[in-house]
Design a protein around this ligand. Structure first.
Ligand code: SF4
Length: 104
């Protein structure tokens, strides 16, 4: 399977995943988190296939974490974002990831 075929296959898989749905209290439920993880895998594989580094520099990762630490949506106890449900230690290191509300 070549690069274009793999990207097309990843898009097909993504199109079959359930739509994003917030839970009643606004934090991501399990289905949403499963969708977010699937989207993240597809996004990061696609990014690497396009020639980007998988991980950002330590400086950029720390800069992202600093922003999260000041954010009202950051759960410091769990080190997770209440918007996307992701663990920020992992998410902030990945080049293809973004803050769900555009802070980084
Ligand atoms: S990813 Fe964005 S919304 Fe989530 S905690 Fe970090 S700055 Fe806040």
């Amino acid at each position: 399977m070549d690069k274009e075929q793999l990207k097309k296959r990843l898009e097909e898989i993504k199109s079959r995943l359930p739509a994003w749905k917030p839970s009643s209290n606004g934090t991501p439920g399990l289905a949403t988190m499963a969708r977010n993880v699937s989207d993240s895998i597809i996004r990061n594989v696609g990014s690497v296939l396009e020639g980007n580094n998988l991980k950002v520099s330590d400086t950029q990762k720390q800069s992202r974490l600093n922003i999260c630490n000041e954010c009202s949506f950051f759960d410091k106890e769990q080190q997770r974002c209440k918007k996307c449900g992701c663990y920020m230690v992992a998410k902030t290191m990945l080049t293809a990831e973004k803050c769900p509300i555009g802070k980084w």
